[in-house]
Design a binder for this molecule. Structure first.
Ligand SMILES: *[C@@H]1O[C@H](CO)[C@@H](O)[C@H](O)[C@H]1NC(C)=O
Ligand SMILES: *[C@@H]1O[C@H](CO)[C@@H](O)[C@H](O)[C@H]1NC(C)=O
Ligand SMILES: *[C@@H]1O[C@H](CO)[C@@H](O)[C@H](O)[C@H]1NC(C)=O
Ligand SMILES: *[C@@H]1O[C@H](CO)[C@@H](O)[C@H](O)[C@H]1NC(C)=O
Ligand SMILES: *[C@@H]1O[C@H](CO)[C@@H](O)[C@H](O)[C@H]1NC(C)=O
Ligand SMILES: *[C@@H]1O[C@H](CO)[C@@H](O)[C@H](O)[C@H]1NC(C)=O
Ligand SMILES: *[C@@H]1O[C@H](CO)[C@@H](O)[C@H](O)[C@H]1NC(C)=O
Ligand SMILES: *[C@@H]1O[C@H](CO)[C@@H](O)[C@H](O)[C@H]1NC(C)=O
Ligand SMILES: *[C@@H]1O[C@H](CO)[C@@H](O)[C@H](O)[C@H]1NC(C)=O
Ligand SMILES: *[C@@H]1O[C@H](CO)[C@@H](O)[C@H](O)[C@H]1NC(C)=O
Ligand SMILES: *[C@@H]1O[C@H](CO)[C@@H](O)[C@H](O)[C@H]1NC(C)=O
Ligand SMILES: *[C@@H]1O[C@H](CO)[C@@H](O)[C@H](O)[C@H]1NC(C)=O
Length: 508
């Protein structure tokens, strides 16, 4: 098999050399490919004679049936259409165009007479003259494409012959995908369901065998939105204090820019700006604020709302006692009154009030209830009223007790002490007076001056006894096992109550 092939090659070589020898064969070497020229450009049809010892002594170039040039030895004759435009090289027959026309495209034939051996050789050359591509332009068949809705076709236009097209989105070349379709000739780029991200820049690249060009960037002005707006409030709070000023700012992504409208509880506020300023807000301005964004090209709307709660500051905090004359061992209460308050805190002598078996807080801490009122509850009381935005503290209320039938108040004790002193002084004065009178009447007896000290002794002795009594009561009461029990059991409960109270405030 291999032998056969080799034999065939040898035979062919042999017959070829035999042929050239036998007929003193020569040939014309011509460009085998089609020659590609540019309108206005140059091109050379390079030909030569083989073997090289032969030259072209005469010849003729024809374009179809029209003669371009004919020469004998060194005398060329150019046809009118080609004068000055073409040039022939006599020795080889090479033809050069200095300036190509689009109409020069086609088949050229050449015949040459060689010397010294006179042989007639023929050849052919095919020329294609291209218009170079111009700078391409891009056109969209939709001027304001609407996001999601529109299908856009971009068409690339360029002059030139045999123009080919390619498309770029930014720097990446486009090919058919789900949303992108290129026409068969690639001139049309169709984007279905256009998106805002399809804004480009798009480029069209055009080319042919002789030139290439890029379009200017083309941006698609895709109309979209408004998206769901964001609504921000200058002071971000859940509740606003009456009298505060706030600014609501609404913002929605949209092309073109959205137009805005404001509504309160569904009623238009006739405000068409992106911002809504509310100065000195009042309770009756609380409600559901809605911002509507509208795009007048896409004709789409979007809205967002926020609920603005307004409450008044706490004011007019006063403590009202149950009666003007608190009486020891009777029930007594203090009530905290305030406007716009929803919680209360009591202070006694600057410390938070401890509740226990005999003192308790009622009505959501609004009332301190003494059951009964004891001497130890004397002191100054203050009440702080709260709401979520503010707090205010009352003036001090000083709790002073009237004494009841069974015991003496401090004032009573003082009064009794003063009376006793006065009485003793009066008695002393009387005694002294009597003694002086007695001495005047019967002189010499000066020994009985001791009675002067006796009333004083009585005074000194009697006062502590008086004062001791309330103190005894107090210590007796502290020793009362029931009271002690109440004290221990109530203490932690009080603390946890206070903690809840604060937590509640903080949460609000
Ligand atoms: C001219 O263009 C053709 C395609 O049309 C190509 O095959 C040929 O090689 C080109 N010629 C040259 C000299 O590049
Ligand atoms: C693009 O086209 C213009 C005008 O037709 C031409 O002047 C320019 O040279 C071309 N550019 C390229 C890179 O071919
Ligand atoms: C633009 O071209 C696309 C595809 O050819 C077509 O679906 C669309 O309707 C055209 N739009 C307009 C406004 O002509
Ligand atoms: C390219 O798009 C244009 C404009 O939409 C249209 O007239 C033309 O038929 C399209 N051509 C192709 C090949 O799709
Ligand atoms: C163009 O490129 C952007 C990213 O740069 C992409 O989001 C968009 O989908 C692309 N559009 C098309 C039609 O390819
Ligand atoms: C406002 O505060 C709330 C919680 O207090 C928070 O969830 C929200 O993100 C805040 N808004 C702004 C715009 O800061
Ligand atoms: C809006 O509605 C809320 C809830 O119904 C109401 O409390 C508020 O007073 C209303 N505001 C206005 C300004 O009508
Ligand atoms: C506020 O109003 C919007 C519409 O305007 C409604 O969708 C929303 O439910 C309202 N919110 C409240 C808390 O009333
Ligand atoms: C949309 O509104 C703007 C003003 O905000 C106006 O200039 C434009 O002409 C309007 N466009 C249409 C289509 O109504
Ligand atoms: C977009 O398309 C939807 C239905 O798909 C239609 O209801 C709406 O009117 C269209 N919008 C525009 C601006 O053409
Ligand atoms: C009471 O209000 C004042 C400001 O008026 C504030 O500084 C203080 O922290 C508030 N007290 C409590 C317990 O919230
Ligand atoms: C209850 O607490 C008060 C202090 O707030 C105290 O003076 C009083 O003695 C206590 N009462 C009892 C029964 O422990």
């Amino acid at each position: 098999m291999e032998m056969e092939v080799r034999a065939g090659v040898v035979l062919a070589a042999l017959s070829l050399s035999l042929f050239s020898y036998c007929c003193s064969a020569a040939s014309l070497i011509t460009p085998q490919n089609i020659l590609n020229g540019t309108v206005g450009g140059e091109i050379t049809f390079d030909i030569s004679v083989d073997p090289v010892d032969l030259t072209a002594s005469a010849g003729t170039w024809k374009f179809g049936s029209n003669v371009v040039v004919t020469w004998t030895n060194s005398n060329p004759v150019y046809t009118n259409d080609y004068k000055g435009r073409v040039e022939v090289t006599f020795a080889t027959g090479t033809l050069k165009f200095n300036k190509l026309f689009a109409t020069d495209s086609g088949e050229y034939t050449v015949t040459i007479t060689t010397a010294p051996s006179t042989l007639n050789l023929n050849g052919r050359v095919e020329l294609k003259v291209y218009d170079p591509v111009s700078v391409p332009t891009i056109q969209s068949n939709v001027t304001n494409p609407v996001e999601f809705n529109d299908t856009v076709t971009l068409t690339c236009t360029a002059s030139g012959s045999d123009v080919s097209y390619r498309w770029f989105n930014g720097s990446s070349e486009l090919s058919d995908t789900q949303r992108v379709h290129l026409s068969a000739d690639n001139r049309n780029l169709t984007i279905s369901g256009v998106l805002r991200s399809d804004d480009g820049p798009f480029y069209c690249y055009v080319y042919n065998h002789v030139s290439k060009n890029f379009s200017k960037p083309f941006n698609l002005d895709v109309k979209y939105g408004p998206d769901l707006p964001t609504l921000s409030v200058s002071l971000n709070k859940s509740v606003y204090t009456a009298g505060s000023s706030l600014t609501l700012q609404c913002s929605a992504q949209s092309n073109p820019t959205a137009q805005y409208q404001w509504f309160l509880n569904g009623t238009s506020l006739n405000k068409r700006s992106q911002q809504l300023e509310i100065k000195n807000i009042q309770v009756d301005q609380a409600g559901n604020y809605t911002c509507w964004a509208f795009n007048n090209v896409t004709l789409r709307y979007a809205a967002v709302h926020t609920v603005i709660d307004v409450i008044e500051r706490v004011s007019e905090v006063t403590i009202q006692p149950q009666s003007e004359k608190p009486t020891e061992n009777e029930n007594f209460s203090l009530t905290c009154f305030a406007k716009h308050a929803n919680s209360f805190l009591w202070l006694k002598d600057g410390h938070s009030l401890d509740t226990n078996g005999t003192v308790s807080l009622l009505d959501n801490n609004q009332m301190v209830f003494f059951n009964p009122l004891l001497q130890s509850y004397t002191g100054t009381y203050k009440c702080t009223a709260f709401n979520i935005v503010s707090n205010e503290t009352s003036k001090e209320y000083t709790l002073v007790m009237n004494s009841d039938g069974n015991s003496l108040t401090t004032a009573g004790i003082v009064a009794i002490a003063v009376c006793s002193v006065l009485l003793v002084l009066a008695v002393t004065a009387l005694v002294v007076f009597l003694l002086i009178r007695h001495r005047r009447s019967s002189t010499g007896s000066s020994k009985s001056s001791s009675p002067t000290t006796k009333p004083e002794d009585g005074l000194v002795y009697s006062t502590p006894t008086f004062l001791k009594e309330p103190g005894d009561r107090k210590s007796k009461q502290n020793a009362d096992p029931n009271a002690q029990y109440a004290n221990i059991s109530k203490q932690p409960q009080v603390q946890s109550n206070t903690a809840t109270e604060y937590a509640e405030l903080r949460r609000k």
